[in-house]
Design a binder for this molecule. Structure first.
Ligand SMILES: Nc1ncnc2c1ncn2[C@@H]1O[C@H](COP(=O)(O)OP(=O)(O)OP(=O)(O)O)[C@@H](O)[C@H]1O
Length: 786
């Protein structure tokens, strides 16, 4: 049988061999590469799909899983039955590693030993598999890995499991710690885990097979049994060292619970895989080396330099220098895992990860840190230590004038940035010196005009210093010039008591439009102007949820840490940065072309309100308007028409086109003879796109949108928010849903009845009489969101 990799470069593959792994195990279907770095696990297409979807759409969740390197197709498709994968496993203690390491062929083994029917999402029919996932081997790099597999959940079967299977698994759950605690020890392996040499294998491991977790471990002894995994004087792991391991696992588990709580997923029979260095001396060495590494490190593990204009990749070098691992904790086995949007967090799985000790504000204390284990977090000896999986290092980045530090932080990770000296700004907002700013799920930049020193703590996914020979070489220079020109116009307008510039920022997708709008708004407020900013791009919300169009006066500083990059509203709770009060219209769709009529109607309404505000408020009038528009591809006729509608309605007199000569030329032609409603000519300015502007994939954007929704309802980590609860009878509510737009069906809204399907929906609340027709409802501003 010759393996062929689908999306992974060829690597020498061997059948799993005792000489290559930390434990001998020769299990059918299981492969390992020659240096033990990867682990190949036979699986179904559903599991491959789950890995791939998670990697592309939910990167923070993918961080909780073993790294998915690719997929493997074995030759002779159709020859292998998933039920065959488990042949020969389980009986010999030496073979238990297969259970423990990534639960190789877990589903199949369960099927063979616990049920006669193969449990795969095919209604119990046996399916054939010639596929495997190629994963990072979690035990790689350890000298003597101790491994513990904890199967999670009270319920162990998915909805599509056959009835017999369901009954069998219900029975298992009832008879084991699954029932009350929501988890069970599925396998364990401890270096020198017994004083009796006859209980150890030839590599000095004591192996606990799955029967141990089913028949020996119960609710009363589970904590003591778990202690066997960690507190092991015979291997040199004393009380202090063991407590430090527990505390570090608890911290990692906290992250897993936090991320899982943010997602809508259902997992059955998944596990947590705990791995740590089981040799006390090697463990102490690894802790020391990791601590030294963290202290010594002045740069992130993967820093790209652009010295002499040549990109140097330090990644390989940095990886070689990494200290040995101390411990790892991953979620594994996704044979029965699916993403279930709208279903809420997976309480069944999370239950197994949580113990609720009294008096702790945070509930994310895991099985290994149950109160009985008594971690003394105050003793320096027992404090948790840094592992290289969550390695972070403090480093200083020195930027010369007009340079940018560009960075990407994935969802679920956080960095803090302090400007130590000089001046630094993020999207036009100047960073206060020595103030720590936190950023998560972000792709952005810090720019300096005069040079600065930044202190950065935390691991980024990518970062890069963009060096420019002179300020003029940085496209941001054009933004400053544009701002200077707008300010001249504002000052003139102030003296003449008329309207200041109304600017529309347009361009194809991902050209830096929103960044420029934020920068211009921030520069204006820093100089005492009070422009109205209009967000005409429903894809991302401004001071409101995604799917809305909004406008707000910006008279005070913006909040660079805000999840949407703009700031907060009074509904987001108390804030150190002044809040803004936006006018919001609910559009309910991603793109303007999804319902152009309704989009036109709403932008006209916003324009009406903006015009009212301009005429009432002198300071706002002379400051003018800045509009962020949707990305319009160069050949989109409808996109161009919608832009023209915004230009007309908001009396735009300056159109800035980013990153497209063609669009600049077309708009110049279109507006060359037109005048605004105030009789001014319409100027078109073409600006270059910065090469720093980055694509944000759908997974990243979806996560950002989810965070914006969460922040809207619950505040953020910096401020607690108690959402207002107002109870209303369902009879008093009229609920409308955006109907599917078609050229024939012009109705924007269709009536919907309250039902359980609406759980986790966000509803825009509008003040209207229940008798009002949908057209009237649709055009009203939101009072808020429920
Ligand atoms: N110079 C830069 N360096 C690094 N990142 C940047 C830079 N300019 C913009 N970005 C980032 O690139 C991403 C895309 O930029 P932005 O949202 O401004 O583009 P856009 O044209 O508004 O996109 P869309 O068409 O999707 O609305 C953002 O995450 C932004 O923070």
């Amino acid at each position: 049988m010759s393996p062929a990799l689908t999306n992974f470069k060829t690597i020498p593959m061997l059948w799993l061999d005792s000489a290559l792994l930390t434990s001998p195990s020769r299990s059918a279907g299981t492969l390992c590469d020659s240096d033990g770095q990867v682990f190949v696990k036979p699986c179904t297409q559903a599991e491959i799909d789950f890995y791939e979807l998670t990697k592309s759409k939910y990167p923070d969740f993918a961080d909780l899983m073993p790294l998915h390197i690719g997929n493997l197709v074995l030759s002779g498709p159709g020859e292998m039955d998933i039920g065959d994968i488990g042949d020969g496993l389980q009986t010999d203690p030496e073979q238990v590693l297969a259970t423990i390491q990534e639960q190789v062929a877990n589903a199949a083994r369960e099927c063979q030993t616990e049920d006669t029917i193969t449990w795969v999402p095919s209604q119990g029919k046996k399916i054939q598999t010639n596929m495997s996932v190629v994963l990072e081997n979690q035990t790689n790099g350890f000298k003597r890995p101790n491994v513990l597999d904890v199967k999670l959940g009270t319920r162990l079967y998915a909805d599509d499991a056959p009835k017999q299977k369901q009954e069998r698994f219900q029975q298992i759950s009832k008879e084991t710690t699954h029932h009350n605690l929501g988890f069970r020890i599925a396998g364990m392996r401890v270096f020198r885990g017994s004083q009796d040499p006859s209980e150890l294998d030839d590599r000095e491991y004591k192996n606990y097979d799955k029967d141990y977790g089913r028949f020996t471990v119960n609710d009363d002894n589970v904590v003591n049994e778990l202690k066997r995994f960690i507190f092991n004087e015979a291997a040199g792991i004393d009380e202090d060292l063991g407590k430090a391991v527990c505390a570090t696992f608890a911290r990692e588990l906290g992250t897993i619970i936090d991320v899982m709580s943010d997602h809508n997923i259902r997992m059955y029979s998944s596990s947590l895989l705990f791995v740590y260095e089981g040799d006390g001396e090697a463990l102490k060495d690894a802790i020391r080396l990791n601590t030294e590494y963290a202290k010594r490190s002045t740069g992130p593990p993967a820093t790209k330099r652009i010295d002499s204009g040549i990109g140097l990749d330090d990644e390989d070098q940095a990886l070689e220098q990494l200290p040995p691992p101390v411990l790892k904790l991953k979620l594994i086995d996704f044979a029965h895992a699916t993403w279930t949007p709208g279903s809420g967090p997976d309480e069944n799985t999370i239950k197994g990860e949580i113990e609720r000790p009294h008096g702790r504000t945070r509930e994310s204390i895991g099985v290994l840190t149950a109160p009985h284990i008594q971690i003394d977090a105050t003793s320096p000896k027992t404090a948790s230590f840094q592992t290289n999986t969550v390695h972070s290092s403090t480093r200083i980045i020195v930027l010369k004038p007009s340079w940018e530090w560009r960075f990407e932080v994935p969802a679920g990770r956080k960095i803090t940035v302090k400007a130590l000296s000089g001046t630094a700004e993020k999207d036009g907002v100047e960073l206060a010196l020595r103030n720590a700013y936190s950023f998560s799920a972000i792709k952005s930049k810090i720019l300096t005009w005069h040079g600065c020193e930044l202190e950065v703590d935390g691991r980024t996914d990518d970062e890069f210093v963009a060096e420019y020979a002179s300020p003029a070489a940085n496209p941001a220079n054009a933004h400053v010039n544009l701002h200077a020109r707008l300010n001249e116009m504002r000052t003139a307008a102030m003296y003449e008591r008329r309207e200041g510039p109304r600017v529309l920022i347009a361009g194809p997708p991902t050209t830096g439009k929103t960044t420029l709008v934020r920068t211009l708004a921030s520069y204006a407020t820093r100089q005492g102007f009070e422009p109205i900013v209009v967000n005409a791009d429903p894809k991302e919300g401004m001071l409101s949820l995604p799917g809305t169009l909004s406008a707000s006066v910006f008279a005070t500083v913006m909040d660079p840490e805000a999840v949407d990059g703009w700031g907060t509203t009074p509904t987001s709770g108390p804030s150190t940065v002044p809040v803004k009060l936006p006018l919001v219209y609910y559009y309910g769709r991603n793109l303007p072309d999804d319902d152009p009529e309704f989009y036109r109607e709403l932008t006209s309404k916003i324009a009406g309100t903006v015009s009212g505000r301009l005429s009432e408020d002198e300071a706002v009038r002379s400051s003018g308007v800045i509009v962020d528009s949707m990305g319009v591809s160069e050949k989109s006729k409808i996109g161009e028409d919608l832009l023209a509608h915004i230009v007309d309605e908001l009396s735009i007199n300056i159109i800035v086109v980013l990153g497209s000569n063609r669009m600049t030329a077309e708009l110049s032609k279109r507006f060359s003879t037109e005048r605004t409603s105030l009789g001014e000519p319409i100027q078109i300015v073409g600006l270059d796109r910065s090469e720093g502007v980055v694509e944000r994939d759908e997974g990243f954007l979806e996560y950002s949108r989810e965070q914006a929704i969460k922040e809207y309802f619950f505040g953020d980590a910096r401020r607690a928010l108690s959402p207002q609860i107002q109870q209303t009878d369902f009879d008093a509510l009229v609920i409308y849903k955006a109907s599917d737009y078609s050229a024939y069906e012009k109705a924007t809204l269709s009536r919907d009845e309250p039902s359980s399907v609406m759980q986790h929906w966000t509803l825009a609340v509008m003040h209207a009489s229940p008798k009002d027709p949908p057209e009237v409802e649709a055009g009203r501003p939101d009072m808020g969101t429920a």
